[in-house]
Design a protein around this ligand. Structure first.
Ligand code: ZN
Length: 340
């Protein structure tokens, strides 16, 4: 049994910000400190440490408590061992039956690393078959008409971004479907016929997004990801963007990454290069859930990152997500967005 006075004294002997700050990068935010939660896959800082109350709380997964709870969770210790471990850190003497002892630091076996299950992606062979079956955007009149209506040049879109057209007549894999009134509808039937390759944090093409090019009966889903597959950590990227993610930026890279929201803005920024200059910005496009810490970590230190998301609430949220993962390490500028 650990005497109650020790149980009371141990938390008071520690500063929760100090203890948690050894394991989590914390940033001051008003009266509290914020960081990415170590207990769940957290791309936005949802983990809050309050020095006044000496508590922590994650608004993502709900874990929270004081310095003892933290030590129990973090080091997989029982309550008793967590108190003993914290007491040992501060030389708090534990007196049992009149015998004082300085507890040895309790060393727990390292907690098994909880590796997240791999995200669900379209099977590689089926994705490759889709690309093989889809001609470049320039070869389809509906896709070209949509691009032109957006002020885009189909030639540059096809050559610089690899955008393709999904033919009306082909049979698509089961995941290339979106919600319809009566069950799911294949993308080429629903009008989602413009196909954009999407890339993981290392710049590998692992998935696709399909964009509607004809007016939709309901305008709720202009853009679709493969049914049942994860979108987290998947971005649109131009050639330079892919090379930056892969860790091999070209010599002509200007050291600037432009992050834009959605397919049309991604296309205009990817194809709007000044023809006179020789230095290129890298362009990444994001949609809901795309930006993650893994993607941010691929952007080299001291890069200038220009964030141009839409001027609505979702756009501001995306801008904040990107900003939070890069500020302090890169020169991040949030620029006035275009209209959704
Ligand atoms: Zn959490």
């Amino acid at each position: 049994m650990i005497p109650q006075d020790v149980i009371d004294r141990v938390p008071a002997a520690h500063d929760v910000v100090d203890v948690i700050g050894r394991a989590v990068a914390l940033k001051r935010a008003g009266s509290s400190w914020k960081g990415c939660c170590p207990f769940h896959e957290d791309s936005t800082p949802s983990f809050d440490v309050n020095p006044e109350r000496q508590t922590f709380k994650c608004f993502g997964c709900g874990k929270g408590g004081d310095v003892v709870t933290w030590t129990m969770e973090r080091e997989s210790l029982s309550f008793r061992d967590a108190v003993r471990s914290l007491a040992a850190d501060k030389g708090v003497v534990i007196e049992v039956d009149g015998v004082a002892s300085l507890p040895a630091r309790v060393v727990a076996a390292p907690a098994p690393r909880r590796s997240a299950p791999p995200p669900v992606r379209p099977p590689e062979s089926e994705l490759a078959a889709l690309w093989a079956a889809c001609p470049l955007a320039t070869e389809d009149s509906d896709v070209c008409a949509w691009l032109v209506s957006r002020g885009l040049d189909p030639e540059s879109v096809a050559s610089e971004v690899g955008v393709r057209a999904i033919p009306t007549g082909i049979r698509l894999p089961a995941w290339a479907r979106g919600p319809g009134e009566r069950g799911s509808i294949a993308w080429n039937v629903s009008g989602h016929r413009c196909a954009f390759p999407t890339y993981d944090a290392t710049g590998r093409n692992v998935s696709v997004r399909a964009r509607a090019v004809v007016p939709l009966a309901d305008h709720q889903h202009k853009s679709l990801a493969p049914a049942g597959c994860a979108v987290k950590g998947l971005v649109l990227a131009d050639v330079v963007g892919r090379q930056v993610l892969a860790g091999t930026p070209p010599d002509a890279w200007s050291g600037v990454v432009t992050v834009v929201e959605g397919e049309p803005d991604f296309l205009s920024w990817s194809t709007n290069r000044s023809t006179g200059g020789t230095l290129f910005a890298a362009v990444l496009g994001i949609t809901s859930g795309a930006w993650t810490r893994e993607v941010a970590d691929r952007i080299p230190d001291a890069t200038t990152v220009a964030i141009r998301t839409h001027a609505d609430a979702a756009g501001q949220r995306y801008a904040a997500e990107v900003y939070a993962t890069l500020s302090g390490r890169c020169d991040v500028r949030v620029l006035p967005g275009s209209h959704p």
